[in-house]
Design a protein around this ligand. Structure first.
Ligand code: HEM
Length: 330
């Protein structure tokens, strides 16, 4: 259902928007008074801006959207430990689902140039896929697409700063940009592991695995496998597109890979092209760079919301107006 909207061709329509957003973030970053923090100013902000625009979340709703997203992340990634945090996360999941449900109904009435409208125009929703299922998929998407791309940009920048000769090579030859993104995914990608449940008894590498067992597939280890990669612990932007598992493998291969590659490429290319690559003014060598120092800002943004702790007050809720819930099934 989503395949067409996620194809590299469909995603490339957003290349101009992504370039413009990157340029304006970098200009803001270079302005006097900016924290100069590459993680806060670019890595977290750019994917938030692009993702919300692409999905169809209005700018004014972005703080709530990312607040709910962050709280769902607390739940999925285990940061919600106390009952109060757990409750906040569950409420946020419901809010996110309800919010996306409202957005779907609005786009059905008034289509716009965004993912939700494009999928609705395809005609599958309410036919082969129920509206509830569609909203559930969007909720999953909202979580899957935000944090991961931010982490790829942050880890990619860090790897380049820690390897000045690679940074220099990539700076001198723009053709190495996609190699830098791929190598960041292999060397220190955001996704380190996938989990599967064995459907049947099997033997794997001499181990007995029983149906129902949980299997932790550590893709980060496979990405450093010396049988697959020469000198695997070396960060090398010249490797090109290798068979790394940074986006998974097989039928669950990441559907958002073209979008993530485009956004990360724009962020890395523009950041390392600029003279102020990281927030600190020290040489970009191992140990001396502090490019993730805390940001100080005067007005809250989607980025601040994504960094906020679970105890922070939520932004105003755009769904709080009374409304009726409508359900459609296939
Ligand atoms: C650098 C950024 C990203 C990384 C490293 C990443 C990584 C992954 C990985 C490893 C999987 C496979 C999980 C498994 O096998 O269990 C996956 C699946 C998925 N990703 Fe991403 N992802 C990224 C960005 C995105 C974006 C931007 C979106 C959406 C816009 C997205 C949506 C999804 C979805 C929906 C799936 C599930 C696909 C399925 O089960 O068929 N991801 N991702």
């Amino acid at each position: 259902m989503f395949q067409d909207q996620f194809s590299a061709r469909a995603i490339n329509r957003y290349a101009g928007l992504i370039e413009k957003a990157t340029t304006s973030l970098l200009a803001r970053r270079a302005a006097p008074g900016s924290s100069g923090d590459a993680v806060a100013d670019v890595a977290r902000t750019l994917p938030s801006l692009v993702f919300a625009r692409w999905l169809g979340v209005p700018h004014s709703h972005a703080p709530s959207f990312w607040y709910w997203n962050a709280r769902v992340g607390d739940l999925v990634l285990g940061a919600a430990q106390e009952e109060r945090e757990y409750r906040t996360s569950l409420q946020s999941l419901v809010k996110l689902y309800d919010y996306l449900g409202d957005l779907v109904r609005q786009r059905r009435e008034q289509p716009q140039d965004d993912l939700i409208s494009a999928v609705l125009a395809g005609g599958a929703i309410g036919d082969t896929v129920s509206e509830e299922e569609f909203i559930g998929m969007l909720t999953h998407l909202a979580f899957a697409g935000g944090e991961t791309t931010s982490n790829l940009i942050a880890n990619g920048l860090r790897a380049l700063l820690m390897h000045p000769e690679q940074l220099e090579a990539a700076r001198e030859n723009p053709k190495l940009l996609s190699g830098a993104v791929e190598e960041a995914l292999r060397f220190d990608g955001p996704s380190k592991m996938s989990v599967r449940i064995a459907a049947e008894d099997l033997q794997l590498d001499g181990q007995d695995i029983h149906a129902g067992d949980r299997i932790f597939l550590v893709t980060a280890a496979a990405n450093r496998d010396p049988r697959q990669f020469d000198d695997p612990d070396t960060f090398d932007v010249h490797r090109g597109r290798t068979s790394h598992l940074g986006f998974g493998y097989g039928i669950h291969f990441c559907i958002g890979a073209p979008l993530a590659r485009l956004v990360a490429g724009s962020a890395l290319g523009s950041s390392y092209g600029s003279t102020r690559t990281c927030g600190c003014s020290r040489p970009a060598t191992s140990g001396s760079c502090r490019c993730s120092t805390a940001a100080s800002r005067t007005s809250p943004s989607a980025t601040d919301v994504r960094r906020s702790p679970a105890s922070a007050a939520p932004p105003p809720d755009p769904t709080s107006a009374p409304r009726r819930r409508r359900r459609t099934s296939a």
